[in-house]
Design a protein around this ligand. Structure first.
Ligand code: FAD
Length: 518
């Protein structure tokens, strides 16, 4: 007899647990209560990691599909709008060394190769400025939409910067209040296996055993079910991406109307990089570094120097930074028997492109879309899930490594070691070889839902000054199209700059008056 999937148990109440609960429960609830019941068990003693402030535009789809109000989300999670990442000092380490990886696709993406035409005009503005309006919006601290733009809609593609602690509380309230997610505040103390090797139930300290048909491990670094119970091996990727530590600080603004940046700033350091994220009420700043290349004391000193150097408010060195250890890598498989890991329990790599929350959203969406009706079909689905996410982790690693490989910095072993050929994944080496003769294209990334499209590779490659080895081919007819698109970028940039409020103005407006509903 087929065993129907009636009860899903999620362990862990960090961003992974609550986002997964919300994405699943919203879909099940839409099916007139016919879907499985969702229970989330969360330890009252182990706090969520409480960092993770940069998101992708996919977060708009995830939250709106749950039925969240964007106004409530912005008000309650201390949210500002994010349109890009800016990378400072990654190429030469000099003051003027800076480029953008914006969320908006290049103009004409997929229709015509604008890289070629941009390269034929030496001395033209940076690649991202020629193909996208977004770097200019970021430089001027603009919001991605107007006060009259409805919830979730965009003038310029956008994501969010948010307070991770408040985000967890917000999702918990929404999932329990609106989506009928059952919340159990208790420690899972053991796993009771079923006869067939599945997880039958979980033992808790105060609530007895909790039975389920599918168990989702969102227990963060402890990976209680997949790593702990099933002993699925962890594959370290420290040989490729060296950063294994972080120091995080919260920094108040100099005054209440200090500008709020519309992009994450990532500034390269001698042993890693510092993130700088502007929320409406404070900045979140942290140094991600390799413990093989610097000490905690040096890292903290570099972080405090960075904060003081920005001249935009500081904590006066009062608060010590919070140290977080990172083990870069991922599990060998993510879904084993009736247990699937989502979030840090599945893996974690330095947050250089803020891909962790996006991977959580993608994992939860795939579990939702392929939700097995019975236990019998689960093994087919888990094989597909593992294949898909093995590919995705590989692409995250390649893309992050690209940022290091293209650097010309020679000021420390960290940068020199990062360019050693034995640390560069083969697939990335092959792509870099191909790109000596042509620009990254959709042919290089063939999945329908690629985690980083070729457009992202173009932004990083040409932002970092990558030069093809042969003269570019001037494809007939391409020049005319390219000129049209370049002109379109200029016009759109001018129009958006004139019509958009600042990031600070828009978040303030939403706090006071909300956003129109669609
Ligand atoms: C320095 C740093 C910066 C980051 N920046 C970004 C970023 O900008 N963008 C981004 O997308 N991501 C970022 N991330 C990643 C992001 O923080 C995580 O992916 C996200 O918070 C999800 O974490 P989690 O829910 O998997 O784990 P956690 O937040 O650690 O939650 C684990 C949960 O498991 C529960 N638990 C553990 N053991 C038990 C038990 N025995 N019984 C019951 N419950 C248990 C805990 O109580 C907790 O609720 C960053 C991470 C780090 C370290």
């Amino acid at each position: 007899m087929s065993k129907p999937i009636k009860h899903i148990v999620i362990v862990g109440g960090g961003s992974a647990g609550w986002l997964t609960a919300g994405i699943l429960a919203a879909a099940f609830r839409a099916g007139a209560g016919a879907g499985p019941q969702v229970t989330l068990v969360e330890s009252p003693d182990v706090k969520p990691i409480g960092v993770g402030e940069g998101t992708w535009p996919s977060m708009r789809d995830s939250l709106s599909a749950m039925g969240v109000s964007e106004t409530d989300f912005i008000r309650e999670c201390d949210v500002s709008f994010k349109q890009a990442s800016r990378f400072d000092r990654w190429v030469t380490g000099n003051d003027e060394d800076s480029y953008y990886h914006p969320f908006a696709m290049p103009q004409g993406y997929g229709e015509v190769d604008l890289v070629e035409q941009w390269q034929l005009a030496p001395g033209s503005p940076p690649f991202a400025d020629v193909v996208s309006y977004q770097p200019q919006l970021c430089r001027q601290g603009k919001a991605p939409k107007q006060q009259a733009t409805p919830e979730w809609a965009a003038v310029a593609n956008y994501a969010y910067h948010l307070d991770a602690g408040k985000f967890g509380v917000f999702l918990q309230k929404f999932c329990t209040g609106r989506l009928d997610v059952r919340h159990v505040l208790d420690n899972v103390t053991g796993v009771n296996p079923a006869e067939n090797g599945d997880i039958g139930s979980l033992e808790t300290r105060h609530n007895g055993s909790i039975e389920g048909d599918l168990f989702i491990d969102c227990t963060g670094f402890s990976s209680l079910l997949l790593g702990g119970h099933y002993e699925i091996p962890f594959i370290s990727r420290k040989d490729v991406l060296f950063c294994d530590s972080a120091m995080a600080l919260q920094v108040p603004y100099a005054n209440d109307d200090s500008p709020v940046e519309s992009n994450t700033i990532s500034t390269a350091q001698s042993a890693g990089w510092i993130w700088d994220i502007g929320l409406p009420t404070r900045r979140g700043v942290g140094y991600v570094y390799s413990s093989s290349h610097t000490t905690d004391e040096e890292a903290e000193a570099a972080l405090q120097r960075y904060v003081a150097g920005t001249g935009q408010g500081s904590n006066g060195g009062r608060d010590a930074a919070r140290k977080i250890s990172i083990n870069p890598g991922h599990r060998e498989t993510f879904w084993h028997r009736n247990c699937v890991a989502v979030g840090i329990s599945a893996g974690f790599i330095e947050p250089l492109e803020a891909s962790a929350l996006a991977l959580i959203e993608m994992s939860a969406a795939m579990i939702r879309d392929d939700m097995p009706a019975t236990r019998e079909s689960m093994d087919v689905i888990s094989r597909r899930f593992n294949e898909r996410f093995r590919y995705r982790w590989g692409r995250v690693i390649d893309f992050l490594k690209l940022h290091y490989v293209l650097s010309q910095r020679t000021d420390s072993d960290f940068w020199r070691d990062n360019r050693s050929p034995e640390t560069i994944p083969t697939r990335l080496q092959e792509l870099l070889e191909l790109w000596r003769y042509r620009s990254p294209s959709r042919r290089d990334f063939y999945e329908i839902e690629e985690i980083f499209p070729s457009a992202s590779y173009q932004y990083v490659l040409y932002g970092m000054g990558f030069q093809p080895e042969t003269a570019v081919v001037n494809t007939p007819g391409a020049a005319r199209f390219a000129m049209q698109y370049f002109d379109q970028t200029r016009q759109t940039t001018g129009k958006f700059l004139a019509g958009l409020p600042s990031n600070r103005e828009l978040t303030h407006h939403v706090a006071m008056h909300g956003m129109p509903k669609i």
